[in-house]
Design a protein around this ligand. Structure first.
Ligand code: FES
Ligand code: FE
Length: 450
């Protein structure tokens, strides 16, 4: 019923606030959204050597993401097949085997059961093949970004990303050598709902002028607020949205290629990886921000931790908004760099990122505070009794200045100027479809409107 209300409300640009707090909605999200969609887990550079592993989550459940002896990546449900005990007790490492702490069932890096103490006495005659760790239904990667889904009926990762793949290419495929992580992800817990992060990274550029006003005062970001509102909002494919900050005139001075250093940008070329159109969009872009539904967000922009000391430089961060109940998330925050960047350039980008988009960063601390109160509103009795709805009307016909763009070279539905919230409506429309989709049936991956 709430989902019906979302779909009809969206046509008027309204969303019931209780989806941000209702425990039943949250349980359905774990099954229908996190249990079915492609979820981001790790970057391949985090598990570069055979035997390297990290433990990550799909919804609230732990999965071991491990590179086996053959170099293939396996995503294994971290639950012993004997009694369901959590097998892997470290966050990351390198190993040839995982041994359950309870009775000692031992699995290799492909998840196969290889033995147990006193095997012949205890289990002689039992099949090892049938008792390996359970795997995610599908695993795939795009530019080294590893995703998995628990739903065997899910479309391929490529089809799931749809038009969003084109935009991911444009960021992650710019440099021949690709990208790699700089260190382990930061992790921190915030009392907010996961949708607040996803919603914000679909392209909530409008909050910068108010919430992040102070970051201009310390010179952390080089583009003035009003100028930064110029650019494109794109519903890349159902559920996935993004936003580019771009000057109206192609040759206007100012940061290009998300602020990456000039000698790095000189190596960015089109070719078999990306088209001339993609390269030109990246060249003109000051900021890329986007969200792959449900909870994987990407941000590339020129940043500095302190404008008085350092000029802004390109920062590339990806993050997941890991649900931990309806009112809590754990944020996983990775900094990435193009592999060909020098150690000094990577270090500069890392420091600039740490000072802005990190647990102690100027931007991040601003963002998380209001999200906490969105969750509080969503859980409130008043919101339920008063049918409190959230407003997503910016840029709808007759509202504001945003206009659809007809001659955009990339996929999706595109608007010029970022005074627009269709990017978020696109996320919630797909959200409502997934929440209502019967098991085994995947909603048609098409747009339903503006
Ligand atoms: Fe893992 Fe018994 S529960 S070995
Ligand atoms: Fe923000």
């Amino acid at each position: 019923q709430l989902m019906n209300q979302i779909e009809t409300g969206l046509d008027r640009g309204l969303i019931p606030a209780s989806i941000y707090g209702d425990p039943q909605v949250y349980q359905t999200e774990l099954r229908n959204i996190f249990g079915r969609c492609w979820v981001f887990l790790a970057h391949e550079s985090e598990i570069a050597a055979n035997g390297d592993y990290v433990v990550r989550r799909i919804g609230e459940d732990n999965f071991i993401v491990v590179r086996d002896e053959q170099g293939s990546i396996n995503v294994l449900f971290d639950a012993c097949r004997h009694r369901g005990v959590q097998v892997c007790r470290a966050d990351s490492g390198n190993t040839s085997h995982f041994r359950c702490p309870y009775h000692g069932w031992t699995y290799n890096t492909t998840g196969e059961l290889v033995g147990a103490p006193l095997w012949r006495n205890a289990f002689g005659g039992m099949s090892k093949e049938e008792n390996g760790l359970v795997k995610a239904a599908k695993v795939d990667s795009h530019h080294g970004l590893i995703f998995a889904t628990l739903d065997p009926s899910a479309p391929s990762l490529r089809d799931y990303l749809g038009g969003m793949g084109w935009y991911l290419d444009l960021v992650f495929g710019l440099d021949e050598g690709g990208v790699e992580v700089i260190g382990a992800p930061q992790r921190f817990v915030v009392d907010a709902n996961w949708k607040s992060g996803a919603d914000n990274f679909c392209g909530d550029d409008y909050h910068l002028g108010t919430l992040h006003r102070s970051v201009w005062e310390i010179g952390a970001f080089p583009v003035p607020f009003r100028e930064n509102m110029m650019g494109y909002h794109i519903q890349a494919s159902p559920g996935h949205s993004l936003s580019f900050s771009m000057a109206p005139d192609a040759d206007e001075p100012g940061p290009k290629f998300f602020g990456f250093p000039e000698d790095v940008a000189e190596r960015f070329t089109s070719g078999n990886r990306i088209s001339p159109e993609q390269l030109e969009i990246a060249r003109r872009s000051r900021v890329f921000v986007g969200n792959v539904f449900p909870n994987f967000s990407i941000l590339a922009l020129p940043m500095t931790e302190d404008g008085a000391k350092h000029a802004p430089t390109g920062v590339l961060t990806v993050r997941t908004w890991q649900p931990k109940g309806p009112g809590q998330i754990e944020i996983f925050n990775w900094f990435l760099a193009y592999k060909s960047m020098s150690p000094e350039q990577k270090d500069r980008a890392y420091r600039a990122g740490l000072g802005t988009f990190s647990v102690g960063g100027s931007f991040e601390m601003d963002d998380t505070e209001p999200w906490i109160t969105v969750g509080r509103t969503g859980r409130s009795v008043a919101a339920e009794l008063l049918d409190f709805e959230l407003n997503y009307q910016m840029g709808m016909p007759g509202i504001g200045i945003a206009k659809p763009v007809d001659d955009w070279p990339g996929p999706g539905i595109t608007y010029w100027t970022r005074y627009e919230e269709g990017v978020q409506r696109n996320m919630y429309r797909f959200y409502a479809q997934m929440m209502r989709a019967p098991k085994g049936e995947w909603p048609k991956l098409t747009f339903s409107g503006q």
